[in-house]
Structures are given as structure tokens and as C-alpha cells.
Design a protein around this ligand. Structure first.
Ligand SMILES: *Cc1c(COP(=O)(O)O)cnc(C)c1O
Length: 231
């Protein structure tokens, strides 16, 4: 087995154990493999080990990989910031975007989504811990944005995503993830048909799953430490 397939199995095992501990079905949580800064060969190795959903942060870098691997049935998720001048690339290449935090960006993505592709699957990024430098809509504005995004024809709103600051321990991590989970449940109670709560990374996926995550985004635990800081 390659190193990537060994590490992928270990992450799958962590997800299963966390689901068991939380009394949840292992199918309740999807693994998104975050391949930013790693090349197309690393993505292909993980794909051959059974992984089909990949997350990328840097649009230009991602488009190169998506193009190189277009013969493979991979589901590509944009999990990095999307500026206005990048919406056309995102709408043309990705299956999902997790980082919508402004209506203007959502409108551009909807207008620019090519007619021959399925609607773009979208999560709204929420800044649940008030991190100052972080993107994301503040929680009290999430409902209005979600309702507006749900009305855009070429987008399909799936849920919310968050990237909290690293927490000192498991309980502290759960406390922050719980805010996202409460918001997610609140949006559903308002009538929005959501099924995706995107939260948890290599260091905190157990706390995220204990708090209701349905999609964990895991990079370094699968691909190793990132050295390049591609932009
Ligand atoms: C890089 C990144 C991840 C993966 O982080 P790891 O700690 O390597 O698992 C997940 N989500 C987002 C938004 C990221 O930028």
C-alpha cells in the first residue's frame, strides 16, 4: 500500500470510531480529502485508494489539477476564498463551493454556472467564533443569506461550513462546533432543506463529528504536512 492509501485508511478509521462514540452511523459523515499544495499524482493515488471527493483552496492551482484529472469521476469542492474575479473559474470547474459568504458572489456563481453542468452545490461559510481575520457571514445574518442563495436558479444550497480557530482541547472544540450545529438546525427549522454541515479538519474531526458534522475536510492527515504555501 502507498503511504497515502495507508493514511487514508487511518482517517476513515478515525471517522468510524468518532461516529461510533457519538452513536451516529458511519455513513452520516462524508470525507472530503483536502489536496491543496499536493499535485495531481497525490490526488490520483487517493482516488485509486477509493477516495472520490477532493477539496481545494487555491482556484488556479485547482483548475490545473481538475483539468489534468478530468478523465476521473472526481467530485471537486472549492473550500478557499472566492473573489469576484474568480467566480467564473469556480462556476466552470467545481461541483461544490463551501465558502459563499456574500450574496454578490452567489449571484455571480449562479449566472456563470454553465448550462450543461448540474447546479453548483453550495454551503454558506459562517464565522461561528468571531475570528477577526476570517471570512464567513456572522451567524445572525446567515438566515437571510441562506434564503437568498436558496432562490438562485443555478445553485443548490446544501448547508453551512465553518473553520473555527484551533481549540485548546476536545470540549472547547465541541463548544464552538455546537454553535454551528445549532445554527444548522435553526436554518432547517426555518424550512430550508439542508443536509450538509461542513466542519472538522485533521486535528479536530472527532470533536466535529461529536457535534454533528456531516462532512469533514481532511488534508495533512491524508497527504502529509504541507510545505509549499501556494497562493
Ligand atoms: C487546509 C484546509 C483544510 C484541511 O486542513 P488539515 O489541517 O490539513 O486537515 C480544511 N478546510 C479548509 C478550509 C482548509 O483550508
Amino acid at each position: 500500500m502507498t503511504k497515502i492509501s495507508t493514511q487514508l485508511s487511518a482517517v476513515q478509521q478515525r471517522i468510524r470510531a468518532a461516529c461510533m462514540a457519538a452513536g451516529r452511523s458511519p455513513e452520516a459523515v462524508t470525507l472530503l480529502a483536502v489536496s491543496k499544495t499536493f499535485g495531481a499524482e497525490a490526488v490520483q493515488a487517493a482516488f485509486e485508494a477509493g477516495q472520490t471527493a477532493f477539496g481545494e483552496n487555491y482556484i488556479q492551482e485547482a483548475v490545473e489539477k481538475i483539468t489534468a484529472l478530468r478523465h476521473l469521476p472526481i467530485e471537486w469542492h472549492c473550500i478557499g476564498p472566492v473573489q469576484s474575479n474568480k467566480t467564473r473559474l469556480v462556476a466552470g470547474h467545481f461541483d461544490w463551493v463551501h465558502t459563499v459568504d456574500r450574496l454578490k458572489i452567489a449571484q455571480r456563481l449562479s449566472e456563470q454556472r454553465p448550462a450543461d453542468l448540474a447546479p453548483l452545490q453550495v454551503c454558506i461559510q459562517v464565522n461561528v467564533d468571531g475570528g477577526p481575520t476570517k471570512s464567513g457571514v456572522v451567524p445572525r445574518e446567515a438566515l437571510a443569506l441562506a434564503q437568498a442563495v436558496a432562490g438562485l436558479t443555478r445553485l443548490r444550497l446544501r448547508g453551512i461550513m465553518c473553520i473555527p480557530e484551533p481549540a485548546p482541547d476536545f470540549d472547547a472544540a465541541c463548544a464552538v462546533f455546537k454553535r454551528a450545529s445549532d445554527l444548522f438546525e435553526g436554518l432547517k427549522a426555518q424550512g430550508l432543506a439542508l443536509d450538509t454541515l461542513s466542519m472538522g479538519m485533521s486535528a479536530d474531526l472527532e470533536a466535529a463529528i461529536a457535534s454533528g458534522s456531516t462532512m469533514v475536510r481532511v488534508g495533512s492527515a491524508i497527504f502529509g504536512e504541507r510545505h509549499a504555501t501556494a497562493k
